[in-house]
Design a protein around this ligand. Structure first.
Ligand code: ATP
Ligand code: MG
Length: 334
């Protein structure tokens, strides 16, 4: 069975971009793979964070994984900081990763601008930690949103560099992972600007719909979202990013095909479309929200899930870490 690895940071609320770009795809393919899905709490501190909320955000995200439909028969759910091999492998990879590879990363440049004077080494090093997260589990596929494509390429560069420097010919230590990026939903855009991706770190709450938003909040956000003065909605018109984004949301949340949605909405005004999108979103999120409440009320169960996850993940991660260390010459037996 092929293996899948992916994760989300516990920074703020999960939004429709995280769901449609990542988690929903994990759920759809989970029965075909052996899945390792983690909560990226080490990545969460690459921007200033609040210690008082880190644990609560981690519980929330783990609960959302289950609420979105991850099934423990197929998927191992664990917390990144519970498996120390992630940090240790990052150090080893740091020492073989050229600085300029990291300085060229689009996400680093974008997030660094927002941080101003406060850019820390961790933000620059984010893609190396991500490479460690992935390579420890030797996955075949890494399902992510479009924004992570460049980081996946860097992970592949690290594999090639490491194997070239330290592995014996035809006996690679690290395995090349493939990104799995679905076309539809791979890049959900902000509600307030159709040219920017929907993001947890966007300061405006109006820019995103969170999976745990109440019907009132969803109604308000869609009412206020950016539109254009044109009548009739259409896909794929580069002049109309908001139209394309909101139609895509409607298509994915309603389960209708692109053709069906295009035909249904081609003559609609925004005043008619917005309530339709609102109702569809509320309906689509309702089962997730109900399941969320049920699991959140049973913290003991959640902790047992994370304890099991840590054990399974650690066994695999430590094995890879030991192979990497041995290849690099850390070989004194104790
Ligand atoms: P941050 O702004 O803090 O980086 P984020 O919203 O980008 O948060 P992450 O935890 O970094 O969320 O990403 C988790 C997963 O969600 C990744 O697979 C990422 O590719 C995907 N993702 C994030 N934003 C979007 C989006 N707007 N559309 C589709 N997928 C997305
Ligand atoms: Mg991100």
């Amino acid at each position: 069975r092929q293996r899948v690895l992916s994760g989300v940071q516990p920074t703020g609320n999960l939004h429709l971009g995280n769901y449609l770009g990542a988690i929903r795809n994990w759920v759809e393919i989970q029965s075909q793979y052996d899945n390792f899905l983690f909560i990226a709490d080490l990545h969460a501190i690459t921007v200033p964070h609040e210690p008082a909320t880190l644990a609560a955000n981690t519980y929330t995200l783990a609960t959302l994984y289950l609420a979105c439909g991850l099934d423990l028969n197929h998927s191992t759910i664990f917390v990144q900081s519970h498996v120390s091999a992630h940090s240790e492998l990052t150090w080893l990879f740091n020492c073989i990763t050229p600085l300029n590879w990291l300085q060229d990363m689009i996400q680093f440049k974008e997030k660094a601008v927002k941080q101003g004077e406060n850019v820390n080494v961790g933000l620059l090093d984010y893609p190396v930690l991500m490479a460690s997260d992935i390579l420890l589990y030797k996955p075949d596929k890494v399902p992510v949103g479009e924004d992570q494509k460049q980081h996946l390429e860097l992970t592949r560069d690290i594999v090639n560099r490491f194997n070239h420097q330290f592995a014996k010919p035809n006996q690679p230590v690290l395995k090349l992972p493939e990104p799995l990026i679905r076309k539809e939903g791979a890049r959900v855009m902000s509600l307030t600007d159709g040219t920017k991706k929907m993001s947890k770190s966007d300061p405006s709450e109006l820019s995103r719909i969170n999976l745990l938003d109440s019907p009132d909040e969803i109604t308000k956000k869609i009412k206020r979202c950016k539109t254009d003065p044109v009548r009739g909605l259409e896909f794929d018109n580069p002049e109309r990013p908001e139209s394309n984004n909101l139609l895509t949301l409607y298509m994915l949340l309603s389960g209708k095909t692109k053709e069906e949605v295009a035909a249904e909405c081609q003559d609609m005004g925004w005043g008619q479309f917005k309530p339709l999108l609102t109702d569809t979103t509320i309906e689509a999120l309702k089962p997730i929200q109900e399941k969320y409440q049920a699991v959140m009320n049973d913290k003991g169960y959640l902790e047992s899930v994370l304890r099991d996850g840590k054990q399974k993940a650690e066994a695999i991660a430590n094995q890879t870490l030991n192979q990497v260390k041995a290849a690099m010459g850390y070989s004194i037996p104790l």
